[in-house]
Ligand binder design. Structure first.
Ligand code: MSP
Length: 500
């Protein structure tokens, strides 16, 4: 009955953009849905503040890494709040509670015999904070992601014996076919494991900005291990005075494909080395693209989520992202695409369904939902919708679940067109049928809105209140006998005004 979901923690080396917001919105949809199912949920997001990605950016800006983090971490925190993320905690890896726990776990891995001292020689990308194998290098020894020339590094440092975990990892993947989803990402990770694992650096000798290695404080822990451990450390201090580890571990992770190797290979191996249970699972999503290109700070092609939310609200942004791009795949987003979906789907389909349903109940039945029977024709299309929706969200099929809910919106609009309540209302030609139509519309809208609540938290709240619905959980969904008082609402998705 406990569910723990996480986002990646974001580097504080630039302003948050829609790519970051995307992962956080996804995790939030899952968290909210699980709460609706009555699960006890812990939802974590935060910032990754150590290592070269942050230290080098700070140097470029002529500030200390701590100053950079102190300026940008609040921006990420604000972003989470603006997109309506319902996170239970916001972790910063510079938190003392995190650092202390990281050292404890790393010490345990050491004491369990999985750490040794050696010489690393190879290619390192400071922007990825990643040691590249020959097969991962771009032409001319460049980073294939950042397109920068890499330097060959030789250093004395501590190694984590990743190679010893090849078999345990293969077993884990075999025993739990849904450990990594979607399937094609699982296959990618498994292929990486099967090609043979090399030991990886656990520390950085020439860097000051990090968590000190407990038995060798001249070195700092390699940022990826410190960062991954956030998922575990947060439970020990994320709620004042309580250790939540026993309740919530293991976690379910949401992340994009760029950091698959760290999460799907290094992370479970490291946990096993520490004697900690591996994650419950992870979903790997694709990239939001602008045109052909990944939206990213270094490319400067970012859509500012703050601006979109200022004009259209967080719900519209959340809806658009999961509707426009099939979750799991890469896909392009654009301001024009956003406006089209806002107008044709949110305003004209859902917004309009809500206004006309409320308006007709007000006009024809004095603002009270008339008690009536379920219309068999409509009921057929709602039959099984809730368990199907839950099952899709169990698999984090966010776009498919949204598509299913949207089919119900469209079905209800068709129901209005087919049953023509305005004709039924003329001279009260058939009052019983009008009762039935209005009752079924109110019920259909209520159920659909409850399903959509994780995607559209603000809109659903307003609409459910207007429909006189007190319950917010899926267990409360049942059917209502009618008799509720409704209230009219201003348009849920008002017409787009040209920006000033
Ligand atoms: N700090 C590491 C993660 C450590 S997790 C233990 C890091 N940070 S990051 O700031 O680069 O964020 C990467 C993550 O941000 C991606 O995995 C993804 O979740 C999200 N995204 C950033 N840009 C994105 C897109 N353009 N599209 C989709 N997601 C994107 O890596």
């Amino acid at each position: 009955m406990a569910f723990y979901v996480t986002t990646p923690i974001y580097y504080v080396n630039g302003e948050p953009h829609l790519g970051h917001a995307y992962s956080t919105m996804a995790a939030d949809v899952v968290a909210r849905h699980m709460r609706q199912r009555g699960e006890e949920v812990f939802f974590l997001t935060g910032t990754d503040e150590f290592g070269e990605p942050v230290a080098q950016q700070a140097e470029r800006e002529g500030v200390t890494p701590r100053e950079l983090g102190d300026r940008l971490a609040p921006r990420f925190k604000e972003m989470a709040a603006r997109i309506d993320a319902s996170n239970d905690f916001f972790i910063r890896t510079t938190d003392e509670g995190h650092m202390k726990r990281v050292q404890e776990v790393v010490q345990r891995v050491h004491d369990n015999g999985h750490v040794y001292e050696g010489t690393y020689e190879g290619w390192y990308c400071p922007r990825c904070a990643d040691f590249k194998t020959e097969s991962e290098l771009g032409p001319g020894n460049t980073c294939p992601i950042h397109k920068i020339e890499l330097t060959r590094e030789q250093q004395q440092n501590w190694f984590f014996r990743l190679s010893a975990f090849q078999e345990p990892l293969e077993r884990l993947y075999e025993e739990r076919p849904d450990f990594v989803t979607p399937d094609f990402r699982r296959n990618e990770a498994l292929a990486f494991i099967r090609q043979g694992l090399q030991d990886v650096s656990l520390s950085r000798p020439n860097l000051k900005w990090g968590v000190p290695v407990p038995w060798d404080p001249e070195q700092v822990i390699y940022v990826w291990f410190d960062a991954l451990l956030n998922y575990y450390t947060a439970l020990s201090y994320g709620r004042e005075g309580e250790d939540l580890t026993a309740t919530f571990w293991p976690a379910f992770h949401i992340l994009a494909k760029d950091i698959l190797k760290f999460h799907a290979v290094y992370w479970p191996a490291f946990l096993m080395a520490a004697g900690i249970e591996p994650p419950r699972g992870m979903f790997i999503h694709g990239y939001l693209l602008m045109g052909e290109h990944k939206m990213s700070k270094s490319l400067g092609n970012v859509l500012d989520p703050f601006q979109v939310i200022d004009r259209f609200g967080a719900d519209a942004l959340r809806y658009y992202c999961f509707r426009e791009v099939s979750f799991g795949q890469d896909g392009s987003v654009s301001p024009a695409g956003f406006e089209t979906r806002y107008e044709t789907e949110l305003a004209n389909e859902y917004g309009n369904l809500a206004s006309r349903t409320l308006a007709m109940i007000e006009r024809y039945r004095d603002g009270t939902v008339p008690p009536a029977a379920v219309d068999a024709e409509l009921a057929e299309d709602f039959e099984g919708a809730v368990p199907r929706f839950s099952e899709l969200l169990d698999r984090v099929e966010l776009s498919q679940a949204l598509e299913d809910a949207w089919k119900l919106v469209r079905r209800l609009n068709r129901y209005v067109e087919e049953s023509r309540p305005w004709d039924l209302a003329k001279d009260e030609a058939d009052p019983e049928r009008l009762d039935e139509v209005l009752y079924n519309l109110a019920e259909g809208l209520r159920v659909t809105t409850l399903l959509l609540a994780p995607y559209l938290p603000q809109t659903s709240e307003r609409l459910l209140a207007a429909l006189g619905e007190q319950g917010r959980g899926l267990a409360d969904l049942g059917s209502r006998p009618g008799g509720q008082r409704i209230e009219r609402l201003p348009p849920l998705f008002p017409k787009i005004e040209a920006p000033a």
